[in-house]
Design a protein around this ligand. Structure first.
Ligand code: GLN
Length: 483
């Protein structure tokens, strides 16, 4: 297989290739691994590869094909997995020095499901440390470069997964999203990224950042492949008590291109300051939706302005509690020079965590402390309810909401790293959907004059991934990426 063939693979093409016996799953895995390893220095998208596991998975697919059995919907498909998702026997670092040598004893449910479906995991992808960030520059193992423009960030925190899919070194990838970490890098790299309804995909084996907001979701180069990966990983899991019992519909059946009469809401609050090229791309995207027969209406989500403050109180509070387990006793590296137990805790954490994690632990501890809890944490929880209610009310008038994913396209490496507040603004449009727990996704919607991709966000009611995917697919098929 030539590099160009590998770069352009889709789930469909892998299936056809296997069926026509143009390649075996093992040959494909070998070629894909070689290609990904050769390309990786350009982006640093992968932190490490797992060739043994990949070849083992590919051999299982070949054996099933040889025995005349169904090898599964993802048979032979090269997959990348964000390094906050546990893989048994394969290092999982969360891009942190603390977990540099951590080898998990079990697999995340999403990982088990994608391998059962025939997927071939090539390796683990770079990200912001413990998924905290919007540019991938908080990784302890170096930033990721955007394959579209190597002097720019790929977005974050799932920057490595987005970059691998955009670069063609994986056909699909798993990422995680707490406040925008799938949608924002998908938009920066020009690929499709889905944050499913909270509870739609099991979080078992996802290293916790902010448990009430964390999601696992897919990246792909087209809507169909993303929908297929979602299909494979979605559904109740007894190992995660927050995973939903709701039945999983057939997502591919929704991809019929028919969106006539669908009511699409544009929230006033998201568009009022958007005068950039991003705004122009989204405006052209909305025009395309209108041409496809959607009914476009202005709506209001009045509590939007409080979302960032609300999110950074809730997520830091939960993070400070979740990250307390990294104490130098279990999992993590231990500081070698400590006289007492408390010094050992302090030094292990002090040496192990990067600046952003420390900032969040301190903020989170503060908002949870006696005397401040009511003023900050409890207040933020109440505001979260108001933000969720905004969406419920909006969905009484419209079937879907369309917004930009980010106020700007991929920025330059180093541009925002010294100013955490500027960085936090990257997620101004994605955080609301996360707080409400509704499904949201990014689909490519044109490019700026410099050729930087722009993503359009689609949000729908809880568990209406079908409606969201239908709209995204129709948009993509009508040329949305080039509006
Ligand atoms: N950028 C946001 C943050 O830094 C979102 C991160 C995420 O979704 N994991 O918290």
């Amino acid at each position: 297989m030539t590099p160009d063939e590998i770069r352009e693979l889709t789930v469909e093409r892998v299936r056809e290739g296997l069926k026509a016996r143009r390649f075996s799953a093992t040959e494909l895995a070998q070629a894909a691994l070689e290609f990904a390893q050769a390309e990786n220095p350009k982006t640093n998208a992968y932190l490490h590869f797992c060739p043994e596991r990949a070849l083992e998975a590919a051999r299982r697919v070949d054996a099933k094909i040889a025995a005349g059995e169904d090898p599964g919907p993802l048979a032979g498909v090269p997959v990348a997995v964000k390094d906050v998702i546990l893989t048994k026997g394969v290092r999982t670092t969360c891009a942190s020095r603390l977990l540099e040598h951590y080898i998990p004893p079990y697999d995340a449910t999403a990982v088990i499901r994608l391998e059962q479906a025939g997927g071939v995991i090539l390796g683990k992808t770079n990200c912001d440390e413990f998924a905290m960030g919007s540019s991938n520059e908080n990784s302890a193992f170096g930033p990721v470069r955007n394959p579209v423009a190597p002097d720019r960030v790929p977005g974050g925190s799932s920057g490595g997964s987005a970059a691998a899919v955009a670069q063609g070194t994986a056909v699909v990838a798993l990422g995680s999203d707490t406040g925008g970490s799938i949608r924002q890098p998908a938009s920066f790299c020009g690929v499709v990224g889905i944050t499913p309804t909270y509870g739609r995909v099991s979080r078992y084996g996802l290293v916790a950042f902010a448990s009430s907001l964390d999601h696992i979701g897919p990246f792909a180069r087209n809507v169909r492949d993303a929908a297929l990966l979602l299909q494979v990983i979605a559904g109740r899991d007894p190992m995660d008590s927050t995973s939903a019992f709701a039945p999983v519909p057939d997502y591919l059946a929704a991809l019929d291109g028919n969106v006539r009469g669908i009511k699409v809401g544009l929230p006033r609050e998201y568009f009022k300051d958007l005068t950039s090229e991003t705004g122009d791309c989204i405006a052209r995207g909305v025009e395309l939706l209108r041409k496809l027969g959607c009914e476009i209406r202005e709506i209001s989500l009045p509590h939007t302005e409080y979302a960032i403050a609300c999110y950074y109180i809730i997520c830091t509070a939960e993070a400070s509690s979740n990250l307390a387990r990294y104490d130098g006793v279990r999992y993590t590296r231990r500081s070698p020079h400590s006289e007492t137990l408390s010094d050992m805790y302090r030094n292990s954490r002090g040496e192990g965590f990067g600046a952003e994690c420390k900032r969040r632990i301190m903020l989170g501890t503060y908002v949870l402390s006696a005397g401040y809890y009511e003023a900050y944490y409890l207040k933020a929880q109440k505001v979260r309810t108001l933000i969720a209610r905004d969406f419920t009310e909006a969905f009484e008038q419209v079937d879907a909401i369309v917004t930009p994913v980010s106020p700007f396209p991929a920025f330059r490496l180093g541009e925002k790293i010294a100013d955490p507040l500027a960085m936090y603004l990257s997620d101004i449009y994605t955080i609301t959907g996360s707080l409400a727990g509704i499904p949201c996704m990014s689909v490519p919607c044109g490019k700026t004059r410099e050729g930087l991709p722009v993503g359009m966000q689609i949000l729908t009611r809880h568990f209406d991934e079908v409606g969201m995917l239908r709209l995204a697919y129709a948009f993509e098929q009508a040329g949305g990426a080039d509006v």
